[in-house]
Design a protein around this ligand. Structure first.
Ligand code: IP8
Length: 259
């Protein structure tokens, strides 16, 4: 089984509040279906989650009453985004269902507590792909917090031991600097725990979806001796399909674990 995260940067326009990239998601769904691979799918929140969350400091937990309608707004927006993603998966012939994490789990201090995975396992066992996404969740210490799609990926990785983990983003992989603003930026083809140590010493590292170091660490945590974790560009037609079919594509591949 291959675990895939459709990043918020590829399924939405991150700069414009609540802008869904329908054609891109439809194409990615078709590529997944055509690959014939067994998959589990997570997605990011993009402009359906980050804009309002940032404005009201939702990620910092409850501190003032004005955050309550804002948190409810984010929950509604992310759920709507997920319904649109699932519509495209269904249209491509992939039986999928939105599973809001706040209905299945709680968090503590921003960390997802995955102590009851029965609803997800049962859905997947039936052949319906549970689609979870970065969202606002109730939090035992903070009132509420935000659990990212990356945290959900880590949970699913522990639950299902996928053969491969794929992050679909809007750039070719991780770079030594921001490729959109720095022409000297170089694509990092392979990340190991040693590369991570070297990258840490560089001050010109770009932020991919919330910090390049955090992303690399999360990717490395999801690797094992026989499982790599790949970051690819979903805006290039056919690239996800080729990767799923085991072809060599432009990407960053994390390997070898973090221990
Ligand atoms: O897009 C963030 O999830 P991500 C979720 O996977 C919210 O980082 C609500 C901002």
């Amino acid at each position: 089984m291959i675990l895939i995260k459709l990043g918020g940067s590829v399924i939405t326009d991150k700069a414009a509040y609540r802008t869904f990239r329908k054609e891109t998601v439809a194409r990615l769904a078709e590529e997944i279906k055509r690959s014939g691979e067994e998959v589990l799918i997570v997605h990011g929140a993009g402009s359906f989650g980050h804009v309002v969350s940032k404005e009201y400091g939702i990620q910092k937990g409850y501190s003032r009453p004005e955050q309550i309608p804002a948190a409810a707004r984010v929950i509604c927006d992310c759920c709507e985004l997920s319904s649109m993603v699932v519509e495209e998966l269904l249209a491509a012939g992939i039986p999928a269902a939105t599973v809001p994490i706040a209905a299945a789990f709680v968090a503590d201090n921003g960390k997802l507590i995955a102590d009851n995975d029965e609803p997800i396992r049962r859905l997947a066992d039936l052949g319906i792909i549970p689609v979870m996404y970065g969202d606002v969740i109730t939090d035992r210490s903070m009132g509420f917090s935000i659990v990212s799609g990356d945290q959900i990926m880590e949970m699913l990785c522990r639950m299902y031991s996928p053969s491969r983990v794929v992050f679909v983003s809007d750039i070719d992989g991780l770079y030594t600097a921001d490729p959109k603003t720095d022409p000297s930026a170089e694509l990092i083809r392979e990340v190991t725990k040693d590369t991570l140590a070297r990258i840490r010493t560089s001050s010109s590292v770009d932020d991919v979806t919330g910090g390049v170091e955090a992303k690399m660490e999360a990717m490395l945590r999801m690797t094992s001796e026989d499982r790599d974790c790949v970051l690819i560009n979903g805006n290039v037609p056919g690239r996800l399909y080729s990767l799923l079919k085991g072809h060599d594509v432009i990407c960053t591949s994390a390997k070898g674990g973090i221990q």
